[in-house]
Design a protein around this ligand. Structure first.
Ligand SMILES: *Cc1c(COP(=O)(O)O)cnc(C)c1O
Length: 228
């Protein structure tokens, strides 16, 4: 039951926040709908979550057609190829996965052309797993500076994926590192609003480490059916 799960999650967020003296209102849930039906996605919207995250361009475009709500915000959280920028930029509230200057420039150029501004996050590979996208932590400051001088692209923070593991504590050092990267960048007088970190298995640890956006799929919808 999607609405039951959402209630449960809100409760868990609330008790984590009380424990560490944060405001639960400061944590945004993005419901990750990849590989779940538009029907299920609509249920989460009915349960009051208006931020939906997708990883794949085709699937995103299909769901965007099928799910209607006036105040829906879409998040693109998957790897984005430069040749797909035109389908995503200006179509979503936030792109979480900018991991190269080339991609940032493509987004900036495209948005300049159509007269829109795109909010983005830089994806940082904090766990040094080669299977993951994202730039290395020591490259983040440089990429930040390059992005800040481009038009029509707004850097709103950083994103990371914690270590894949059954034990949420395994992700803690990755989340700590993302926060450190943020603090390093902010020493240059640059404000980064968001830390997008924490998924179904480790969102409480992420909140403890300062997440402002958590990205939840299976804990809301149940296990994904990987058919392809
Ligand atoms: C799939 C995905 C999620 C959600 O994962 P769950 O484990 O189902 O919560 C979050 N972030 C990214 C980048 C993803 O690809």
């Amino acid at each position: 039951m999607v609405s039951e799960n959402v209630k449960n999650i809100r409760h868990r967020i609330q008790s984590t926040c009380e424990r560490i003296k944060r405001r639960a209102d400061d944590i945004k849930i993005v419901a990750v709908t990849k590989m779940f039906s538009s029907q299920l996605a609509s249920e989460v919207v009915s349960a009051g979550i208006l931020d939906l995250g997708e990883n794949y361009v085709q699937e995103f475009l299909k769901k965007k057609e099928e799910i209607h709500h006036d105040n829906l915000r879409w998040h693109f959280i998957g790897h984005l190829q430069t040749n797909k920028v035109k389908y995503v930029a200006s179509n979503v509230d936030l792109i979480h996965s900018v991991d190269s200057l080339k991609l940032a420039v493509e987004i900036s150029d495209f948005c300049l052309k159509i007269g829109k501004t795109q909010n983005i996050l830089i994806e940082v590979n904090t766990s040094d797993e080669t299977s993951k996208f994202g730039i290395k932590p020591d490259k983040a400051l440089n990429l930040t500076k390059e992005i800040l001088i481009r038009p029509n692209i707004n850097l709103a923070g950083l994103m990371t994926i914690g270590k894949f593991s059954d034990d949420p504590e395994e992700s803690r050092k990755d989340f700590k590192m993302l926060k450190e990267v943020k603090e390093l960048i902010e020493q240059d007088g640059i404000i980064l609003k968001h830390l997008s970190m924490g998924m179904s298995n480790d969102f409480e640890v992420a909140i403890e480490e300062g997440a402002t956006i958590i990205r939840l799929g299976t804990v809301i919808f149940g296990p994904r059916q990987y058919t392809n």
